[in-house]
Design a protein. Sequence first.
Length: 571
Amino acid sequence: MTPQASTAIQISGLAKRLVIDEILNEQQANEAYLYSKQNKIPFVTHVVQTGLASSKAIATSAAEEFGTPLLDLSVFDSAMFPKDVVDAKLIRNHHALPLFQRGNRLHVALSDPTNLQALDEFKFNSGISTDAILVEEVKLAAAIEKYLDDADDALGDLEDESLENIDISADGGDLKEDDASDADDAPIVRFINKIMLDAIKLGASDIHFEPYEHLYRIRYRTDGVLHEVANPPTNLAPRLAARLKVMSRMDISERRVPQDGRIKMKLSKKRAIDFRVNTLPTLWGEKVVLRILDPSSAKMGIDALGYEEDQKEMYLAALAQPQGMILVTGPTGSGKTVSLYTGLNILNTSERNISTAEDPVEINLEGVNQVHVNNKVGLNFSTALRAFLRQDPDIVMVGEIRDLETAEIAIKAAQTGHLVLSTLHTNSAPETLTRLRNMGVPAFNIATSVSIIIAQRLARRLCEHCKKPADIPHETLLTEGFTEEMLADAEINMAGGGCSHCMNGYKGRVGIYEVVKVSPEIQRIIMEEGNSLEIAQQAEKEGCRNLRKSGLMKITQGITSLEEVNRVTKD
């Protein structure tokens, strides 16, 4: 036993084991145990969400301590989950999930093997004896959410006649019969509702309704790539656009200028999906794009985002600082908002005052003061940021630094005892620092205020069910940037032909990151007005991996393919 573990430990069970294994220190374990008890949340969930330890490390330690079999839930077929064995309320309350039934025994997935109450209540509720199966917390949380969503919504059970009766509202108000005019005829209503429901079921992020001279095209963006899903007759274009505008409370008589709106689709008593809607007048009619806003993406644990262990530690260390600036950079759709929201969820406690300025506010965060930027009335990022500083803030998030005025106020906030999170549109982390200087921010202010820069991209994950080994010549791999060391135990895979679990061999996405900590040496380069190349070279000397190298690591881990990394990281 280590010296640390020999001291008096107030906690017991799994928390005690984590101290013995030096995954947590005694103070962290006691504080986490007390917090989870007071707030009635699972101990493991709290430890993982706050970044104190990885779900994999906890699961490994728990399996050794309690002798419980450990299962990788990512390779388990969710179709095997038994339906209606126990009440969904029990699953939610006990953070446990029935995996499968074998004979007269029900096997239940847990992230904490000491959660005996869950096993007892599952046994009582189902009338079947229960056995515990240990799984990682992050994977368990995702599986439970999917199970409950499927149970709550029963999207696959919706028949055509029910498609016109889905509860639709815009900006919090229900649609009235007389609002819809002739755009509300039943076939159009059913068709649009089905398109929206299918998009939710497939995990799409956007729906495009596009009119052309001889074609009307509807496409979904799934895992970052657009796919055509329907071609209704072109003469329906005005009626489809009118129906969508009615649903989102737009002016259906105005077809000359772009309009913005929102739709709330209530799927059940427990679940509603928000859509952000934008119309654009084109040559052949109005193009309408719906952005599907998924609240669950804002609650992802940091382990689910795809950071390598050293990158995650740097991000968490920056979040733990009382002041400074964290900048996340990348193109539109690269997952910047999810990275920032994940950080805010870690910081979001009753002891902190957090304010955000966003354009637009996409997902509501309980306990965070969110401001929707409105340039028409003069409420821009800089105006909101000035107001925040008069409201006793601890943490401030600025959706995007677009101009010198916003940059100067944000840097001033970072220098005066506030933690500031924001985004910029640059291609790499070193370019972010030179972009700020090109805006007109003094080099000294950049060097002394910016703590860390995260550049990121999103790559599609290979489907676990149909991926296959890639037959790529060794010399080609070396040319692509792999080293002999990386290839020693590499698992190079490629997309299969697609299966019932995926789309074209891919399912879901993973983040690829370049995390650069602004060290004293990088501060010196900034103050000497060095260029982004010099900053990148110094970051590499200090062990930082650029986006390309991070992507290659994901390939060697069997997570994604060389084709996909080339798509998102090659200039």
